[in-house]
Design a protein around this ligand. Structure first.
Ligand SMILES: *Cc1c(COP(=O)(O)O)cnc(C)c1O
Length: 223
């Protein structure tokens, strides 16, 4: 079941698009099934859950932090995380930089941009992102490497709205890549698309998709 879903999704993705399997709330056995099917990229949204799974599972798994990260928990993920998708403030970026330098790492990060209609989503507004990037503040952070942008579309059945959200995020990504980050070949990742909308995201240029329920089934939250 898990491996069939993975094969189907992989077959539908163009070359060069990374599939991150979002394994939050799912047991280690489910992750191992996906691992045996060839996946190495897994996404989690809670620090403790990711740290526990990292300790218990094969060390060649690339762990992606996709959920809101509190600055006081940064130290628990910095030693091993592969990519932090959910950098939503300059303060968080500074905290990651500080911890990364302590452990001698350079941590890859994406700037989460808020393009969806919902008020509750975390992330930078597009103009905030432009001013952060232009401020030069990123240049003095040797512990982080800004690799691109992460976005979520509005949670709606309205396909036109989803298209518009992904288009905004893709345009912002393109603008930053050609301006502030033009000198950095590292700014190349656009993470967008989940189970219900990843084909649309890919059409708009996503090169990382984060797919959970379509691989692992429904999530059951305890408590
Ligand atoms: C849970 C989650 C996903 C995966 O959602 P599905 O709809 O299960 O594919 C992707 N991205 C983020 C940020 C998430 O929190």
């Amino acid at each position: 079941m898990i491996s069939e879903s993975i094969q189907q999704i992989k077959a539908s993705l163009p070359a060069g698009v990374t599939l991150v399997a979002v394994s939050k709330t799912h047991p280690e056995s489910a992750i191992m099934e996906a691992y045996e099917a060839g996946l190495r990229d897994f996404g989690e949204n809670k620090v403790q859950e990711m740290a526990e799974k990292h300790a218990a599972l094969p060390q060649d798994i690339r762990w992606h932090m996709i959920g809101h990260l509190q600055t006081n928990k940064v130290k628990y993920v910095v030693p091993f995380v592969h990519l932090i998708h959910s950098v939503d403030s300059a303060r968080l970026l500074a905290a990651i930089d500080k911890e990364a330098r302590k452990v001698g790492r350079v941590v890859d990060c994406l700037l989460q941009v808020h393009v969806a209609a919902e008020q509750t989503k975390f992330g930078f507004a597009p103009d905030e992102l432009h001013s952060l990037a232009r401020s030069g503040g990123l240049d003095s952070m040797p512990g982080v490497r800004v690799r691109g942008v992460m976005a979520m579309a509005t949670n709606t059945d309205d396909q036109a709205r989803v298209e518009a959200d992904f288009e905004s995020a893709a345009r912002l990504f393109g603008d930053l890549r050609q301006t502030v980050f033009a000198a950095s070949g590292a700014f190349s990742l656009l993470s967008m698309g989940m189970s219900d909308d990843y084909p649309i995201a890919v059409r708009h240029g996503a090169n990382i998709v984060r797919v959970g329920s379509r691989i692992f089934g429904q999530r059951h939250y305890a408590g």
